[in-house]
Design a protein around this ligand. Structure first.
Ligand code: PSU
Ligand code: MN
Length: 308
């Protein structure tokens, strides 16, 4: 069978030389942010990875092809609001119908692992939505985190979610969550949730733990590394989140539309404050992921991912 992944030349060469590559999601371009901020942010996040000495691999589906390492034009082609939102289950349909689509965390993890990339960076993972006892709205990101061995750097679960339930789900399914220079799970736009997590001091500390998770317990799931938003950009927007959730429920918005709707409404209600925090944490997480990617490359014994 033909390799389903179209990996850029730069990324293949970098992987072959065991040099650091950081995978990046593209649903944040296609659904999470809007023009022109989505394109500017995607390029700035790639630059953060390069500034930290790693190669960015933004992943997406273009004309029915899975691309690992989107070009600037391809990033732009996902940015006009027309591209599909692709979780893992949506990819075969998008390929068959030759669609353009932004990959969520779940799809990005799966594709990155297939390409042999050990780490990805995002803003926030999906999780258990508030009221999930009745709606059953739980992100497909969670199940992917429980079965795909890759490091996911994020600022926790998005604040619009039920963070405590999300954290419980991850514990139940054995997905480790470490705090990068923090012992508290961050809440996306802010650093405090009151939920304690084990703290790692730096990238090499984490690399050592990852090596042991393979050798000592044979872990086959993802590892979450939670990084809080830079202090100067932290915002507290609880009332805006509650208002957005109420609006979504009144309008009957659900399924894959819910997360983008909530993020957009929180942005409008907070008059851009949440957007500033979102952009800042995306860039910062990409920088931290690059540092970790360096440490993982130094540790040649530990190689994550699986091959096709
Ligand atoms: N973080 C952001 N903006 C986003 C997302 C995360 O700052 O748009 C996306 C991610 O791609 C994540 C997805 O995987 O939202 C989760 O959507 P859902 O809750 O429908 O699974
Ligand atoms: Mn959902």
């Amino acid at each position: 069978m033909q390799n389903p992944l179209d990996i850029s030349h730069e990324i293949s060469c970098t992987l072959n030389r065991n040099q650091p590559v950081v995978a990046l999601e593209s649903s944040v371009i296609a659904q999470g942010l809007s023009l022109p901020v989505n394109v500017e942010t995607a390029l700035a996040v790639e630059q953060s990875v390069r500034d930290a000495g790693a190669v960015p691999a933004t992943i997406g589906v273009i004309d029915g092809k899975i691309r690992v390492g989107l070009t600037e034009d391809e990033i732009k082609s996902l940015a006009d609001g027309a591209a599909a939102k692709l979780a893992v289950r949506d990819i075969p349909y998008a390929l068959a119908k030759k669609l353009n689509g932004g990959t969520t965390v779940s799809a990005t993890m799966r594709i990155a692992a297939m390409a042999g990339i050990s780490i990805m960076s995002t803003g926030g993972i999906g999780g258990i939505h508030r009221g999930a006892c009745e709606t059953f709205d739980m992100s497909a990101d969670l199940w992917e985190l429980a079965r795909t061995p890759i490091v996911v750097v994020c600022s926790g679960a998005k604040a619009v979610l039920d963070i405590s339930a999300t954290s419980e789900w991850l514990e139940t399914h054995g997905v480790p969550v470490y705090g990068y220079q923090t012992s508290e799970l961050p809440a996306f736009y802010s650093s405090s949730t009151g939920i304690s997590i084990p703290k790692v001091d730096d990238a090499s500390d984490l690399a050592e733990i990852l090596k042991l998770s393979g050798s000592a317990v044979g872990a086959r799931c993802a590892t979450i590394v939670a990084v809080h938003v830079p202090k100067e950009d932290e915002v507290s927007i609880v009332p805006h989140i509650e208002k957005a959730i109420k609006e979504a429920s009144e309008k009957g918005i659900k399924g894959k539309e819910l997360t983008p709707y909530l993020l957009a409404r929180v942005g409008e209600h907070s008059k851009g404050e949440s957007l500033k925090a979102n952009i800042s944490l995306l860039k910062n997480n990409a920088r931290v992921a690059s540092e970790i990617a360096h440490s993982l490359c130094e540790d040649t014994e530990r190689r994550m991912g699986f091959t096709v």
